[in-house]
Write a protein that binds this ligand. Structure first.
Ligand code: HEC
Length: 154
């Protein structure tokens, strides 16, 4: 019994470590290699923190902003409001240091600039993605591969 509890704890710890700041494919691979009862058990300790959930929303928004721009449509701030991710609990509380909040401010300004320049939204969208990347280079490198595909290159 002790062994089982121990291995569940180890799985949970691995799950938490690789959850937010690494590629999302990894937990799925972990889960496949475990037997199905263990998969059930590790779901709960693995539940994402509010900041991670907001980041997923920001990434989904960026994807649809890009799609709209590529269709030649313009972006309005009501459809893509600024998400105040820096006010909520992160997976790793150590990120909440001055440099993180500075990066958040830079990102916030870059997000606003997209809507302040209705005629140059592609350019300002790309600058906004650069602000995602700058913070991620310091705090959470896992999603970088995905974020680096977000700029409009045409
Ligand atoms: C000020 C720093 C900062 C900025 C700016 C930022 N991020 Fe993040 N991002 C983080 C941190 C820290 C986490 C980890 C959050 C957690 O685990 O609670 C994260 C997590 C993520 C995740 C993984 C979420 C998950 O667990 O599934 C994605 C995807 C992501 N960010 C995309 C983006 C995109 C896209 C942008 C810009 C539109 C962006 N981020 C801007 C710091 C930032």
């Amino acid at each position: 019994m002790k062994k089982i509890i121990y291995s569940i704890l180890v799985f949970a710890a691995i799950g938490i470590l690789i959850n937010a700041c690494s590629n999302n494919q990894k937990p799925a691979i972990e889960a496949k290699s475990a037997d199905s009862s263990a998969v059930q058990t590790i779901k709960d300790p693995n539940s994402p923190k509010p900041m991670a959930l907001m980041m997923r929303q920001m990434a989904a928004n960026a994807d649809s902003m890009k799609a709209k721009l590529l269709r030649g449509e313009s972006l309005d701030s009501l459809s893509f409001p600024f998400i105040r991710f820096y006010l909520v609990e992160p997976t790793d509380k150590n990120v909440l240091e001055p440099q993180f909040f500075k990066n958040a401010d830079i990102y916030k300004a870059a997000h606003k600039a997209v809507f302040d320049h209705p005629k140059e939204q592609k350019k300002y969208y790309n600058l906004m993605i650069n602000a995602c990347i700058s913070c991620h280079e310091n705090y959470c490198s896992g999603p970088l591969r995905r974020i680096r595909k977000m700029p409009i290159t045409e």
